[in-house]
Design a protein around this ligand. Structure first.
Ligand code: NAD
Length: 358
């Protein structure tokens, strides 16, 4: 739903607070959205994008921040949901002063919002923000940060895939299973690494030659397929790990897989409709925001003194949560997308109730 007034989306998505930031010297225009802080401070990246208009930017930040609330809750983290957008061209409009000014706005929220990298912002930008505020995560390893989240995201996806296999076929081994991976980027590459080690048969695609060559160099047994061939391949598992909305009216009828588990955000073009279509086709969908939570888990660990072992354990726990999601969906005869949302909401509600009695 597109909202056409300032408070339309804020009320609809039930946000706690939204801050508009402006600075005439640097030209900064940003919106910080804090959706829900029942579980903890609202953590979510800062996206920089050239939006068509201010309301489009507002809608984006409201939806993204709400998504973070659900993601953190389902992953069992003590974090709320937040996100920020900076309106502008990331290639032209930002510099040190600009990012540091933005960092001051983040600081003014006193830790209620913690920012991180997202589309259009870089680790260098996080360094600038860090000069003005401690409320930033995902800073470089050399500065005591947690570094690249992709291997952890991939590990969580792998765990979610194993859980789906266990639920669907009674065994979580992926040995010999045919798995197609769409996107051999930062996360896709590491997913292929885990699956190769386990003896799965890998089909992969990408649109860039260097990404394809990189996989072929490291995993010679992985089979390359053309991008348009990925949906109709006769495989056991399809892993959307490039872009969103690839599970839609056109692709669902082509799918021959029994499971979908990948790292891409917003895989279902229309969450309600397409989750239902998958259910009707008996394709088990492991909700994207659960299985791709490894990156968030990694960043979260930075806040409490980074501990890699603990991060890996929490990524492994995605297996257990996924099983709960599948079982709950089956018991209630709802889609896995609905059961994931319900479990996330239930945790927030129960902690909110606890707080009332403090
Ligand atoms: P990335 O940009 O490194 O990789 C994406 C890959 O997909 C690229 O190699 C790109 O060439 C390829 N691609 C793009 N369009 C394609 C198409 N039509 N067909 C085939 N391949 C195509 O990004 P990433 O960090 O690996 O993230 C992948 C997805 O996972 C994104 O949707 C991202 O939002 C999501 N995600 C990533 C993380 C993380 O830790 N990096 C965490 C959570 C979610």
């Amino acid at each position: 739903m597109e909202h056409t007034t300032l408070f339309g989306g804020i009320v609809h998505y039930e946000h706690e607070q939204v801050m508009l930031c402006h600075d005439k010297h640097t030209g900064l225009k940003a919106i910080i959205a804090i959706h829900n802080t029942v579980l903890g401070p609202a953590l979510g990246g800062t996206r920089m994008w050239q939006y068509a208009n201010d309301l489009e930017a507002l809608e984006d930040v409201l939806r993204l921040s709400r998504g973070m609330t659900y993601k953190a809750s389902l992953a069992g983290l003590n974090l709320g949901g937040g996100k920020a957008v900076i309106i502008g061209d990331p290639r032209k409009d930002k510099n040190e002063a600009f990012m540091r000014r933005y960092g001051k706005f983040v600081h003014n929220l006193g830790g209620k919002y913690i920012t991180a990298e997202d589309v259009g912002t870089t680790t260098k930008d996080m360094e600038y923000i860090h000069m003005e505020t401690p409320y930033v995560a995902g800073i470089p390893e050399s500065m005591g940060g947690s570094g690249d989240p992709s291997p952890f995201t991939a590990y969580g996806v792998y765990m979610g895939m194993k859980a789906a296999a266990k639920y669907k076929w009674g065994k979580d081994s992926l040995q010999g299973k045919k798995i197609s991976i769409q996107g051999a980027g930062s996360v896709g590459f590491h997913i292929i690494e885990h699956l190769t080690k386990e003896g799965a048969v890998i089909y992969f695609t990408d649109i860039f030659e260097d990404k394809i060559k990189n996989v072929q160099k490291h995993f010679s047994e992985a089979i390359y397929v053309k991008p348009e061939e990925i949906y109709s391949l006769p495989v056991d598992i399809y892993s959307p790990s490039a872009l969103g909305a690839t599970v839609n009216d056109e692709t669902i009828p082509q799918l021959k897989c029994e499971i979908i588990t990948g790292c891409a955000n917003n895989q279902l073009k229309d969450e309600l409709k397409h989750a239902q279509m998958l259910k009707e086709r008996d394709i088990l969908y492991a909700p994207d925001y659960l299985v791709n939570a490894g990156g968030l888990i990694n960043v979260y660990s930075e806040l409490n003194g980074y501990n890699r072992k603990r991060v890996l354990e929490q990524c492994e726990y995605i297996y257990t949560i996924a099983m709960n999601v599948f079982e709950e969906a089956y018991t209630k005869n709802i889609t896995t997308a609905q059961s994931a949302n319900e479990l996330a909401e239930k945790r927030i509600q129960s902690i909110a109730n606890n707080k009332l009695y403090r």
